[in-house]
Design a protein around this ligand. Sequence first.
Ligand code: PRT
Ligand code: ZN
Length: 225
Amino acid sequence: MTDKNRLRIAVQKKGRLSDESIKLLKAIGVKLSIRDRLLIAHSTNLPIDLLLVRDDDIPGLVMDGIADLGFIGENELEEKMLERQASNEPAEYKTLKRLEYGGCRLSIAVPNEFDYKGLESLNQTKIATTYPYLLKRFLVANNINAQPVMLTGSVEVAPRAGIAEAICDLVSTGATLEANGLEEATEIFVSKAVLIQKSEALTAEKQKLVDTLLPRINGVMQAKE
Ligand code: PRT
Ligand code: ZN
């Protein structure tokens, strides 16, 4: 059960942002009792509940005002915002803090044998991606006539499978591209994890709690420098 008087924070349940987000909450004094498989976790010392969900769901939960705060990658956040704007759904949020983890870039990559000579080489290609809105925005801004092909997984094998000539995917070390015979052609979006808040005002008590937590996040981040 959740209590609407408790601050609700959406956190990725399992994945690249989970551990760091939970670690940060603990570092700022939020004691948590997290049990596997549950969607909700309660803080044992503060009026805070965590919603443990897939990262894809976090921007929408905050934009719909169901979660008060959320830890999310900017790539996912911006994509969801563009998707919602395109269908006239609520897409508002406030960024409280850009964090120091989850760093990656969204890049277009092509097979090693692709004769890439600059962006114009991408004209008339199909580009497989999980981020069609971010890709489309880049293509339009650069006047490239390519077709995004939506894939929710295995994007890096799309060229070999004959589904697309290029891909647009997240890169951190570059090892995945290399292992799949792909080369980065151009970076289109740089991302880190961020802490966001719903745009609608919080109750005074919840806002007060957020106002005490934020300086602690700054403190933890400064201590790491
Ligand atoms: O199950 P759920 O939907 O919650 O998780 P998910 O599988 O969608 O996401 P997850 O946990 O993989 O990533 C969550 C967030 O972490 C992303 O939205 C980014 O903000 C951030 N992040 C940082 C990354 C990476 N680095 C990253 N390298 N997300 C994914 N990758 C993948 C990339 O897609 C590619 O397959 O890692 C591979 C490339 O890595 P390198 O090191 O080989 O270049
Ligand atoms: Zn996801």
